[in-house]
Design a protein around this ligand. Structure first.
Ligand code: ADP
Length: 778
């Protein structure tokens, strides 16, 4: 027996070796020598089976298992301790599940069979979900009673997991098909029938459970598409096509309200002989997608046509890369060929350099302020011509709020700009000429009751406020009271189309609202009428003619005065000549001689006057000629004074002679200066008063002065006396005839000699006129 038992334990690989080496005498079933035939036979079968087997034996359910079973115990876990172990000790974690099965079999019950049952066991360092298909069958001992339970099992974890995974994948696929609202189909190439999901069948108008004959399905395909579909199916079933099937067609199903556009995609599979054994795929309803696409395409096309009609080019700028997608029209607007690439950098280069930074700034601001931008800028075309572009753009931002792109349009506005530039030029010209003419403008909008005055217009009315100008307050009240009525009448006339045709041309005075200054204004304007003849707009210009007016007034006064002055001696001459004729007739020679002498004096006076005027015009036209000579001015003064005394004078002229005083100059002209000053002293001081003349020769210059005891001259007048035509007006004094040219001429003569002239006077205490002449003027 001892040798025989060893035979039963032979073989069995690792588990055979372990079983043989195991000290079985420590267990309740004892050493193998004493094992029953039944146990030995079962262990022998177990060790040598390639099927995973496990045995519980005896009262304590001592365990045996083979190499095929061993992997189920994992790398770290129950193996090898499970060999010879008591079942209850080994399987603590699942004992409540399996013991009832064991007990049932041990109690003589039927063998049990379980398929893909989840029995988690501890292995590989953790509790794992393990699936088993197993049977428990009873092994009797020699006495015919149950000795143990043989478990023939198979771990099906892998199969179950892949089945579950497959199931999951199928679910997901179904879900995806559902979500994508796809139809699915599977064609049997042998019978030419196919099965499809419900959705597909409803599209084809076929009841849910029916198998579909291909011929029936093709009936609902629109006639236009049918041949193409059949051809595509036939092609896909040829191995040369690679089995691809992808086609769009229309289904016209009488049960559906409108035709349905579908896209069918599929794949045919071929066996080794190139015979198709499966052909399946999906179908998608693209009716609304396509109509949306068509609508979108249509609206895009409409937009494009509208853009083209307006010659607007559109662009889409990727801000980060500077790449630009633009329409052919856009490129044309920049002088480029439609097929050329045209990115931001090219665009910037085409802008005239002086405008680049402004354009950049405008775009940067629109990005910053999240606003639409509009920019007009000049560009240079490749052919060198300058064009104006008006570009619009709208910034788009990404989810993080960063600038992503700018989308917009650009048009060539060269024509408009040229007009605008031309207008600007005309305006500028008008502004400049207005400025040059010192002209102001007014614009009265009678419809909106507004009145616009420019700066000069306001100045003419003495207004400094910037508020709205009001017709009554600022215009009418600003008019000189004496002109007010006349101007109102002129405006009324201009506003009456029937009498004036809208023309307005007047001159008036204004009294400055704030400065109270009197100004003369010349205004010209035009009233524009509505078709019904109502005045709607009154536009015109105003010119400050104050100076001109004052000049005119002065001239009139002057002419009046000159006429008067010349008329007096003429009347006298006329009277003397008449008297002279009578005296000649009466041969009273003495009286005749006296009369002729008086006539001569009047003629001399007139000659002096006329010479004075001639000299003024000579000085002003620069035609004066000086005849230089060296002469003694002391002598000249003595001569002048004695001449005056000779002709008789009402004053005491007192000259303290200085002795010889030589200088270089025009003797006659200086003589006229002297007689002018002495003449004035006589004219403007009381009769019998003293006039003192001095002459002080210096080393470089000689100073001459003429002092009188007249009323003197106010300081404010002193500096003006030497101006042309200036005369001191004093209403309290009797008017003394004169033109205000004597001192002017004197000053001019002295100036031509490089000398100086002036006056010192205390009003009420006489005046001293002096002049100083250099001995050597040049
Ligand atoms: P006219 O004497 O012809 O008016 P003038 O040029 O000689 O012209 O003088 C200008 C003005 O100067 C005179 O009108 C007068 O008012 C003032 N004037 C000139 N000389 C004197 C003087 N000696 N005393 C006071 N006033 C004088």
């Amino acid at each position: 027996m001892s040798i025989a038992y060893k035979q039963y334990l032979q073989g069995g690989g690792e588990m055979g070796a372990l079983t043989r080496a195991f000290n079985w005498s420590d267990t309740l079933i004892g050493s193998p020598q004493n094992w029953s035939q039944s146990l030995l036979t079962t262990v022998s079968i177990l060790l040598n089976s390639r099927f995973p087997m496990f045995l519980w034996w005896g009262e304590e359910l001592i365990q045996f298992y083979n190499d095929a079973y061993r992997p189920s115990l994992g790398k770290e876990g129950k193996h090898p301790a499970a060999l010879g172990q008591r079942g209850a000790d080994c399987w603590q974690e699942i004992w409540p599940v399996i013991y009832p099965l064991i007990a049932q079999v041990m109690a003589g019950g039927e063998s049990s069979w379980s398929e893909n049952q989840l029995i988690p066991i501890y292995r590989n360092g953790e509790l794992e979900d393990v699936y088993w298909t197993f049977s428990y069958s009873r092994v009797n001992d020699e006495s015919g009673k149950p000795g143990g339970v043989l478990v023939i099992c198979n771990e099906t974890t892998k199969q179950v997991t892949s089945f579950n995974e497959l199931k999951q994948a199928k679910m997901e696929l179904d879900f995806a098909i559902e979500a994508a609202e796809l139809g699915t189909w599977d064609l049997d190439p042998v019978t030419n029938t196919f099965i499809g999901n419900e959705r597909l069948k409803s599209w084809f108008g076929i009841s849910a459970d029916a198998e579909i004959a291909l011929s029936k399905a093709t009936e609902v395909i629109s006639e236009d598409d049918r041949d193409a579909v059949l051809k595509a199916i036939a092609e896909a079933m040829q191995p040369s096509s690679g089995g691809h099937y992808d086609i769009e067609y229309t289904i016209i199903n009488p049960l559906m309200p409108s035709p349905r556009l579908v896209r069918a995609k599929g794949k045919a599979l071929f066996d080794a002989d190139g015979v198709v054994y499966r052909f399946s795929g999906t179908m998608e309803d693209i009716t609304s997608e396509r109509s949306n696409q068509l609508e979108l395409a249509e609206s895009n096309q409409r937009l494009e046509m509208a853009l083209d009609a307006a010659m607007l080019g559109s662009y889409d700028l990727d801000v980060r890369s500077g790449k630009m997608n633009s329409t052919p029209q856009f490129k044309t607007n920049f002088g480029k060929e439609p097929e050329e690439t045209f990115d931001l950098e090219d665009l910037m280069k085409s802008i005239l350099p002086a405008y680049r930074s402004t354009v950049r700034e405008i775009i940067a601001r629109c990005v910053r302020e999240q606003n639409v931008y509009v920019a007009d800028y000049p560009i240079c075309w490749p052919d060198g011509s300058i064009h104006w572009i008006r570009a619009h753009g709208k910034p788009e931002y990404d989810a993080k709020g960063r600038i992503d792109r700018i989308i917009g349009v650009a048009e060539d506005i060269t024509g408009d700009v040229t007009i605008r530039k031309e207008l600007e030029r005309v305006y500028e010209q008008a502004r400049l000429s207005k400025q040059a003419a010192q002209m102001g403008t007014f614009d009265m909008d009678l419809e909106n009751e507004t009145m616009e005055w420019d700066e000069r217009c306001r100045t003419l009315f003495g207004i400094s406020h910037n508020d709205k100008v009001i017709y009554e307050r600022d215009f009418l009240e600003g008019l000189h009271p004496e002109d007010n009525e006349r101007i109102r009448a002129a405006i009324d006339r201009a506003f009456n189309k029937t009498v004036s045709d809208g023309d307005y041309d007047v001159e008036y005075r204004t009294i400055g609202q704030e400065d109270q200054k009197l100004r003369w204004v010349k205004a010209k304007g035009k009233v524009y009428f509505s078709p019904s003849g109502l005045p709607i707009r009154f536009i015109g210009s105003v010119l400050d003619i104050t100076e001109q007016k004052l000049d005119e007034l002065r001239k009139n006064d002057f002419i009046g005065m000159v006429s008067h002055e010349l008329k007096t001696p003429l009347t006298t001459i006329k009277a003397y000549t008449q008297v002279g004729r009578l005296l000649a007739e009466s041969l009273d020679h003495e009286k005749l001689s006296k009369t002729l002498e008086r006539t001569e004096r009047q003629i001399r006076k007139m000659t002096t006057m006329i010479n004075g005027f001639l000299n003024v015009s000579r000085f002003e036209s620069g035609k004066i000629q000086l005849n230089y000579e060296t002469f003694d001015i002391d002598k000249l003064i003595i001569e002048t004074v004695s001449d005056l005394n000779l002709f008789g004078t009402s004053h005491h002229i007192n000259y303290r002679a200085s002795g010889p005083a030589l200088l270089q100059g025009d003797r006659d002209k200086i003589a006229s200066v002297l007689s002018n000053l002495i003449g004035n002293a006589i004219k403007y001081s009381p009769a019998m008063s003293v006039i003192t003349i001095t002459c002080i020769p210096g080393s470089e210059a000689i100073e001459i002065s003429v002092s009188d005891n007249g009323p003197g001259i106010k300081v404010s007048d002193q500096e003006k006396l030497f101006e042309r035509y200036y005369r001191v007006e004093d209403k309290r004094m009797p008017t003394i005839s004169g033109f205000g040219i004597g001192l002017y001429l004197s000053a001019e003569i002295v100036r031509w000699h490089n000398g100086t002239i002036g006056v010192k006077s205390t009003p009420g205490d006489g005046a001293t006129f002096y002049f100083s002449l250099p001995i050597q003027p040049f």
